[in-house]
Design a protein around this ligand. Structure first.
Ligand SMILES: *Cc1c(COP(=O)(O)O)cnc(C)c1O
Length: 224
């Protein structure tokens, strides 16, 4: 057994426990394995251990790793979980199946335009900056309602849910609950929230998708 398979088993155990203690339905929580910075070989270990849903935060890196992986393995679902520049939309739509980071009007308009042009409509999430951190992407919570309406009603983007990354130093639960409340007000079903350090809290708060990198693949080495 590889260490990645080992890690996946223990992450899955923790997920199962959190689902059970919070009285949720196991089918309502999906694990997204965040493979950013990790090489294709590590990803193959995860796929061979049964993982099918992955997340990457950079379009360029995804384009280097995923075309070959998707050609080799079927049934993969790749989520974009990092910032999307408008000049990378075309490339992003060529490789990602889900876009989790719709976070501003300019991007929403350009995405809608490109999707209509190529006739491909991957599921989209709106990223909400629940902690209103200046360095972080995401629509401020007080603007979320108007932005959701713009994306869904005017631009007809296939918005399925919301995504957030709580401030690192804070208790994440109030942020998860804020995201859940905004989603409920707009009948959005999917909540992408929770990472290696807080996915259990996120499941308790109602996450439908948790994004876990380090606990599966180990520490990231940005020096390489
Ligand atoms: C890197 C990343 C993750 C995974 O974080 P870990 O702490 O390694 O689990 C989750 N979400 C986003 C948006 C990320 O960029």
């Amino acid at each position: 057994m590889t260490h990645i398979e080992d890690n996946l088993i223990s992450v899955r155990d923790s997920i199962t426990q959190s689902i059970s203690t919070s009285g949720r339905n196991p089918h309502d929580v999906q694990l997204i394995a965040v493979s950013k910075t990790h090489p294709a070989d590590a990803i193959k270990d995860a796929i061979e251990a049964g993982q099918t849903v992955f997340g990457e935060n950079r379009v360029q890196e995804a384009l280097q790793k995923w075309p070959a992986l998707k050609a080799q393995y079927s049934g993969i679902e790749l989520h974009l979980i990092g910032a999307l520049q408008t000049n990378k939309i075309k490339e992003a739509l060529s490789i990602f199946d889900v876009i989790e980071t719709v976070d501003r009007e300019k991007l929403a308009r350009a995405l809608a335009k490109e999707m209509n042009k190529i006739g491909k409509y991957p599921q989209c999430y709106i990223q909400v900056n629940t902690g209103k951190e200046p360095q972080k992407a995401g629509i401020p919570p007080e603007e979320a309602s108007n932005f959701i309406a713009l994306c869904r009603d005017e631009l007809k983007l296939p918005i399925v849910g919301l995504m957030c990354i709580p401030p690192a130093e804070e208790n994440p639960t109030p942020h998860f609950e804020m995201l859940k409340n905004i989603a409920a007000q707009h009948d959005l079903t999917n909540l992408s929230m929770g990472m290696s350090g807080d996915f259990e809290e996120a499941i308790h708060a109602g996450a439908t998708h948790i994004r876990v990198g380090t606990a599966i693949f180990g520490k990231r080495d940005y020096a390489k």
